[in-house]
Design a protein around this ligand. Structure first.
Ligand code: THU
Length: 160
């Protein structure tokens, strides 16, 4: 018997203020769209902003439904929109912010497993790592240089 050990890596910014000017602008777009999330059931609001290789920024928020599983996370709302409308552009960065609507979360909120799997599909398709930044409403911002750091040992087309 042998063991496989998988390492991962994240960068940690102490706060929003530590981001560069452009990073702040992109995260602000995620914050702005988070506030418009349709989350009447969970009251947990998530905003996501994607930066394409042509400089365009796309925004999405979580969209809930009375039939709970029919709702969709912010990250998938925006990444599927990018895939549908800009199939030939690469996704360079993804900014995420999430918090309960009645308080400001201070913990960085990572994308859920299903979103990681969906993001992985596009990272592999475009053969370019997607930089992923995520935060609560305030506090630390985590950055991953690639989706691979968030989903080690992933299932992808090479497994089919
Ligand atoms: N949610 C997201 O939008 N992204 C995630 O990665 C995790 C969860 C949404 C789904 C649901 O509307 C609410 O947050 C509570 O789970």
């Amino acid at each position: 018997m042998k063991e496989i050990q998988i390492e991962t890596k994240l960068s940690v910014f102490e706060s929003f203020d530590e981001l560069s000017q452009s990073e702040k602008e992109y995260m602000n777009q995620a914050i702005e769209i988070r506030k418009k999330a349709y989350a009447p059931y969970s009251k947990f609001q998530v905003g996501a902003a994607i930066v394409l290789d042509n400089g365009m920024v796309l925004q999405g928020s979580n969209q809930e439904n009375a039939a709970y599983p029919s709702g969709l996370c912010a990250e998938r709302v925006v990444i599927f929109y990018a895939g549908a409308n800009y199939p030939n552009n690469k996704i360079v960065k993804l900014f995420i912010t999430a918090t309960p609507s009645d308080r400001d979360s201070e913990n960085p909120i990572p994308p859920c497993g299903s979103c990681r799997q969906s993001i992985a599909e596009y990272e592999i398709k475009q053969d370019l790592p997607i930089e992923i930044y995520f935060m609560g409403a305030k506090g630390e911002v985590y950055k991953s240089d690639s989706l691979k750091n968030l989903l080690p040992f992933m299932f992808d087309k090479s497994n089919l």
